[in-house]
Write a protein that binds this ligand. Sequence first.
Ligand SMILES: Nc1ncnc2c1ncn2[C@@H]1O[C@H](COP(=O)(O)OP(=O)(O)OP(=O)(O)O)[C@@H](O)[C@H]1O
Length: 267
Amino acid sequence: MSLRLSGVSYSHPNGQSALQAIDLQVAAGEQLAIIGPSGAGKTTLLRLLSTSLQPVSGTLSLLEQQPAQLSGRALRRLRSRIGLIHQSPPLPPRQRVVTAVLAGRLGQWSLLRALLSLCYPVDAAGARQELARLDLADKLFQRCDQLSGGQLQRVGIARTLYQQPDLLLADEPVSAMDPVLADHTLGLLGAVARERGIPLVASLHAVDLALRHFPRVLGLRDGRVLFDKASSEVSQTDLASLYANDSLTSAAAPSHPQAGALRPGRC
Ligand SMILES: Nc1ncnc2c1ncn2[C@@H]1O[C@H](COP(=O)(O)OP(=O)(O)OP(=O)(O)O)[C@@H](O)[C@H]1O
């Protein structure tokens, strides 16, 4: 099993609980979308899976290793095998796109090669190839601060694909893209994961994209798994329960008599 969580809980340092008793298993080659309302814990879960956070309780196993038990060096090696696509990629504004993409392999290169790559692109052809798959080859030598939000998101994706990870994670990877690009990009991520036989786990706000591109969907609400099933089995009732917002519904109730239609079980 590529990824296994047993009874995993996480609270932020200020005491805010974000995840409670999560059980989850994802096998090599599986593709899972995480959906749920704002604040449900989707980003927190992905940060645990990328080892940037540690569970406060429960056990987490990634690529057959338990991050909590690894030495600093072994943890760095594990991290170099996990690719996380960020909603807003943390790219230095003045950095050239080619350098940003090549940085995907910094964790795998020798110190000398990594330093060289920061000064001079050691594999511009490789970076161009990844960018071309995202229709961005013409931006190879442009600066990151000269790109749109959707273009930056694609540079972040090219960087993670260039990394060639064994576990592919994505946090709202297409939130800044138009519908056609979003569809193309999710199709590409799915195809890459399939070709390489690696797991893909992505959080998405666009439920239609999650259901269309992912065979399995996990609904997260208030830090708990509400459902985890084949996308073909996700019902309108599941979605109504997942996204029910009692405070918005009751706030709207006095002036909008129809607001009751938003309540679970009425859709
Ligand atoms: N750094 C932090 N410190 C304290 N609480 C946090 C922090 N980051 C997130 N939280 C809280 O943890 C919970 C889960 O947040 P998380 O960002 O994982 O949700 P999300 O499902 O990704 O939301 P969104 O869809 O809005 O991005 C929320 O209650 C949030 O307020």
